[in-house]
Design a protein around this ligand. Sequence first.
Ligand code: NAD
Ligand code: GLY
Length: 383
Amino acid sequence: MTLAPTALRTITVALTENPYPVVIGTGALADLGAQVAARGFKAGTKVLVVTNPVVHDHYGAAALTSLQAAGFAASALVIEAGEDQKTTATVGLIHDAAFARKLERGSLIVALGGGVVGDMAGFAAATWLRGIAVVQVPTTLLAMVDAAIGGKTGVNHPGGKNLIGAFHQPRLVLIDPSTLATLPEREFRAGMAEVIKYGVINDAPLFADLEAAAARDPNGGLASIEAVGPALLQRLLERSAGAKARVVAADEREGGLRAILNYGHTIGHVIEALCGYGTYLHGEAVGLGMLAAGQIAAAMGLWTGAEQARQRNLIRAAGLPLQPPELEPAAVLDCLQGDKKVRDGKVRFVLPTAIGTVVIRDDVDGETITKTMQALTTATALR
Ligand code: NAD
Ligand code: GLY
């Protein structure tokens, strides 16, 4: 689907120190150079555009042309795609390029790609010369609504995902929805899980907006860019970015509130880890994790069966999996103990109390978790 150009909309991540804009608009990529200049970078500044082969083929030239037209000394570095490349070794390659191209304190790294590129380019920027500037130009739905905003950067360790990293906020996030035209549908659907997440955790009007699309087509109304259409796409990008910006501005380093962004991620990470990374896309696992959290919340009397069904309907309309794989209960409980979010041996769950509101609880017992997983795996009535 070709999207017509739209006016640029700006959402501010209102941090006390160094607030920054999230600029959203179809055709925005052509404006990258001007937007970078508007953030105070002078003509002649060295800019290293980090991207992967697929994204480079589609959008590398547009990004470089725009930066060069604005007077920047821009060049590209293409790194391999894939979660398995999200390593310190790949970040080493970005550092090597920074050294070879003589990036200075005032230079800039631009991350052009999905969350894998964004996390690594951001981490390379956080660590080169003890920190140089980064601009995030996300090209997947998941990165547009989540990974590119908020300053979490890092790589995987053989022992677990995202164990090595740093907070390093970007100077600018530039979102051009037209780049989603080439994104595989499965990746689009995975990103939609994070959009639904924002609706459940703190944006009931966004949830209602998504429900209207799901009502038109319960089995696919949110599953592709064509089904969603340009108007809803623009709205959900703005609302999701706004929801993330609010939470990050209130709690930049996850001292408290920011943990609500992990809704669906507790069981989601277990599914990703036990099934082998890559079997489920991150967003697919998060969708299953939201179903599990919803079921636990219902079992604990925190929200109603009707609300649980509304969440399930959106996940179905997004074409996401509704049934988790069968997992050994002891392995699930063991894996939960290894989660980054464990405090004093207690697993913290983000649980919904209504559409648009969640609480953080550390008193979910093992039996409830096991029963939930069994119910989701076997109960056809729930599908
Ligand atoms: P990804 O970066 O692996 O991209 C998915 C696939 O889409 C890749 O094959 C990529 O080449 C391709 N692609 C990207 N843009 C494209 C386009 N416009 N057209 C065609 N193909 C395109 O995956 P992702 O879902 O964007 O990101 C997942 C990563 O993000 C994970 O490593 C996760 O840990 C991280 N993440 C980070 C944060 C954060 O706050 N930093 C939040 C959520 C997820
Ligand atoms: N994706 C979770 C966070 O940014 O905190």
